[in-house]
Design a protein around this ligand. Structure first.
Ligand SMILES: [Zn+2]
Length: 61
């Protein structure tokens, strides 16, 4: 699993010593760091699909 910046998608990260070794994005300085993986997106997509499905059912009924 590769760590990326979730704000800009940049994968060049640095650990800021002034922030106590906290990992921040080199590009935008964001500390919103996450793992590059499909599991997060996948589960989110399924959730969206479920919501759409429920809304669709409500419209039909
Ligand atoms: Zn960034």
């Amino acid at each position: 699993m590769k760590k990326i910046c979730l704000r800009c998608g940049c994968n060049s990260l640095i650990s800021d010593r002034s922030l106590g070794g906290k990992i921040v994005c080199k590009k935008c300085g964001s500390s919103y760091i996450g793992y590059k993986g499909l599991t997060y997106l996948k589960s989110r997509n399924i959730l969206y699909l479920m919501i759409i499905f429920v809304v669709f059912l409500i419209i039909i009924l």
